[in-house]
Design a protein. Structure first.
Length: 278
């Protein structure tokens, strides 16, 4: 099995974002997609079946099946993880098992305590290290077996619980001022212990992770809105437009202006190709 892509969509509320995710689309042969919703309410269209999305639910989509997210209330923005995975010819046994055991006509309600799990899948699955990518694959396969059993599964390690809560605090406060001491206090942990625990589990310091979340949110704003760099910097609590641009380039390798320009050029080419087809 190969993990093709893992994305975290934070508070989908912009009109362009909503239009993009509301389009009906399908993935290729052998490609399955898993959506894990942690915030908001909407509907999910899986072929002809409509599901009501709520926080903590998981929906699986088969290969070549049209699906879409339909936002009903823009006042309750949607946050979720999406994992796209693919099976090779040599892995048909696992693919057949998933086709047999995982139901595609239902919602799996697992609760919202899997942020850490999906963050780990995202980090390892998108890593340049083959060993880490294989690790992510095996973790995901194990999770899918647990999902197919339809039995409740909870984290038994209290340290994971602390990380879950920390991720929720940061994900819910991307547009607010939040410092390390505030997070540690809300968790009831010593600041130094929290830093060591978070870095041990996430392989990154808490505030670097929080900054990366803000950069991911900025990327969405750059591609789905016409907000100026100054407004985006202000919305995400960067000190200034210059500070925002410097940090954005540090994390992505490109300036915000170039990132937006390249996205618009790519979107334009895709639109032109579609027009040629139809």
């Amino acid at each position: 099995m190969k993990i093709i892509e893992v994305v975290f969509v934070y508070q989908m509320r912009e009109e362009t974002e909503i239009r993009w995710h509301s389009r009906r689309h399908a993935h290729g042969e052998g490609q399955f997609e898993l959506h894990y919703f942690i915030q908001g309410n909407a509907r999910f269209l899986n072929n002809l079946t409509k599901f009501q999305i709520s926080p903590g639910c998981i929906i699986m989509t088969r290969p070549e099946v049209n699906h879409a997210i339909i936002v009903q209330d823009k006042g309750t923005p949607l946050s979720y993880y999406a994992v796209l995975l693919e099976f090779s010819e040599e892995e048909k046994d696992i693919e057949r098992l998933l086709n047999k055991e995982i139901r595609y006509d239902k919602i799996y309600k697992t609760g919202t305590n899997y942020r850490f799990f999906f963050e780990e899948i995202k980090e390892k699955g998108m890593s340049e290290s083959p060993a880490l990518r294989h690790s992510a694959v095996h973790q995901l396969i194990s999770f899918l077996y647990i999902l197919s059993s339809e039995e409740e599964f909870h984290f038994s390690d209290s340290r994971n619980s602390h990380i879950e809560k920390a991720l929720k605090i940061m994900q819910d406060n991307i547009t607010t001022e939040l410092d390390l001491e505030q997070i540690a206090n809300r968790l009831g942990l010593n600041k130094s212990y929290f830093i060591r625990l978070f870095q041990q589990k996430m392989k990154i310091t808490p505030m670097k992770y929080f900054t990366r979340l803000r950069i991911e949110a900025a990327s969405a704003m750059l591609t789905s809105t016409d907000r100026s760099l100054a407004i985006i910097a202000q919305d995400l609590n960067f000190y200034s437009e210059f500070h925002f641009s410097r940090v954005f380039k540090q994390y992505t390798g490109e300036s915000p202006s170039l990132y937006r320009k390249q996205y618009l050029q790519l979107a334009g080419r895709v639109s032109n190709e579609r027009n040629k087809v139809f």
